[in-house]
Design a protein around this ligand. Structure first.
Ligand SMILES: *Cc1c(COP(=O)(O)O)cnc(C)c1O
Length: 485
């Protein structure tokens, strides 16, 4: 009996021994693994191959030994499994396709950045940058010089500073301007913005004393006037971004508040929160207070988030009078909460885009989503639903929905949108239940997060980039392929 015959006998009797498993060294040289090693390092690839071989060995030695066939121990199969493992063990923080219909979803990282902002990050962080260096004089410079110019141009303020987020902006403003003194706030504006931002607690951290005036629904200018005493440093107005008090309500206008503050030698600070730049910037958010309006009305300082309506990176922007911003800039707390170069680069690019609203509507993703014509969403939804029916065999339908801004801004304003609804029963190869199908979308790469609604899955296209439609379709097709192979 020669060797060949012996092997054939082996195969027919289907007894594969752990000794038949390929060596790690024999697998690792395969081109697909070598290519991955260039991206993630050889160590990670070797570890994945070892894990796969150990798994197969364990199966061969266990009760399932009979179910392991020759194909499973071929180097190509080992390599494929290893690549799958590497795919799954990639970075935990990853890209998500946001099909929830919530444009500024705090859980999904709020505003996506523009191409220009991403390129600015790459540009300043791939090498060194002039973060705190004056190229003209060759001397030490100020971190926010670059950004300040654009903010001054965009908002009409005298000066500006940038910190980690708007919560930090509020803390540092209160600390620098009212530490050990009083700041007056209407009882109708003692907001909580998502969990840990609660105004009374922000005051405690800052060391300023909160002086509440008026009632939940009505605060008059006289209430502010009577509350002013020798300890009062400023009047703070806080935009009630994520709720509305309607009905029997009254709040003084910004003009009255500025006038009162200045007549009594106090500062007026306006936390506009979501940070619409001006009317129409971004489009479709009528009724929100704007930063430009507050500056024009004479606010000494305006605070807002960079990653809400501006559509930029996470940060808090403080814009206002030169002497007020200087007091904040020199506060020791600034050192702990200032933004890094990547944020500043992305912010500057976003602000420059916002100088031209028409350009911004084509380049800043949030503005683009807000500006998207309903008809183009409709065409995309119809096309995707049709492909899901024809190519993937799902019950899919284009429907009309309501999208929301979210991110703690403009709570009730619904934005008409279009979506694809997918109803069970699903094709045999796909996960069975609505929950398990939705989960399979979430755990893939990129993650896809749809809405789960009354026994159906809804993919709202309001915050989905047009090029992502294909990725959603591809994932549906994958379910069918993987399960049938
Ligand atoms: C969102 C918001 C904040 C908190 O801003 P972050 O950037 O999330 O820290 C504070 N105040 C108002 C009015 C807001 O809308």
């Amino acid at each position: 009996m020669d060797v060949k015959e012996n092997q054939e006998n082996d195969q027919s009797s289907k007894t594969i021994s752990p000794r038949d498993l390929p060596a790690v060294g024999a697998t690792i040289g395969r081109p697909e693994l070598a290519e991955r090693a260039r991206l993630v390092g050889e160590k990670a690839v070797v570890a994945a191959v070892r894990t796969v071989i150990a798994e197969v060995r364990a199966r061969l030695l266990g009760d399932e030994a009979k179910q392991v066939d020759r194909a499973a121990i071929a180097p190509a199969a080992i390599a494929r499994r290893a690549l799958e493992l590497l795919d799954r063990s990639g970075p935990g923080l990853r890209r998500v396709i946001n099909a929830t219909g919530i444009l500024l979803h705090t859980g999904l990282g709020r505003a996506p950045l523009s191409r220009e902002a991403i390129e600015a990050i790459v540009d300043v962080s791939s090498g060194y940058s002039n973060l705190e260096f004056d190229l003209d004089s060759g001397r030490r410079g100020v971190r926010t010089t670059h950004i300040e110019k654009t903010l001054v141009e965009l908002l009409g303020c005298e000066a500006a500073a940038v910190v980690n987020n708007n919560a930090a902006a509020t803390v540092v403003a209160l600390k620098a301007l009212a530490h050990g003194k009083e700041a007056i706030v209407s009882r109708g504006q003692l907001v909580e913005i998502g969990g840990s931002f609660r105004l009374p607690e922000i005051f405690e951290v800052s060391g300023a004393k909160l002086k509440e005036v008026g009632t939940t629904n009505k605060t008059r200018i006289g209430d502010y006037d009577r509350a002013i005493g020798p300890e009062t440093a400023l009047i703070l107005r806080v935009h009630t971004s994520n709720y509305r008090i309607v009905g029997f309500v009254e709040q003084p206008g910004i003009g009255e508040l500025v006038e009162l503050a200045h007549a009594r030698g106090l500062l007026f600070v306006d936390d506009v929160g979501s940070g619409a730049i001006a009317s129409g910037s971004p489009p479709r958010v009528a009724g929100e207070p704007t930063v430009s309006e507050a500056i024009a009305a004479g606010a000494d300082l305006v605070l807002f988030s960079g990653d809400k309506l501006l559509g930029g990176p996470q940060c808090g922007i403080l814009a206002g009078r030169r002497d007020v911003v200087d007091r904040i800039r020199t506060d020791p707390l600034m050192r702990a909460i200032r933004s890094d170069k990547t944020t500043l680069a992305a912010l500057e690019a976003t602000l420059r885009a916002a100088l031209d609203p028409e350009f911004a509507c084509k380049h800043i993703p949030l503005w683009m989503f807000l500006n998207a014509p309903f008809d183009s969403l409709s065409i995309r939804a119809e096309r995707l639903a049709e492909s899901l029916r024809a190519e993937a065999g799902f019950h899919a339908l284009a429907i009309s929905t309501e999208a929301y801004l979210g991110g703690g801004s403009v709570p009730q304003e619904a934005i008409p949108s279009r979506a694809v609804r997918v109803d069970p029963p699903f094709p045999a190869a796909a996960p069975r239940s609505v929950e398990s199908l939705a989960r399979a979308f979430r755990v893939g790469r990129p993650a896809i997060v749809p809405r789960v609604e009354q026994n159906s899955i809804v993919f709202d296209l309001a915050a989905v980039f047009p090029h992502e439609d294909q990725e959603i379709l591809a994932r549906f097709l994958d379910f069918i392929k993987t399960s049938s192979s």
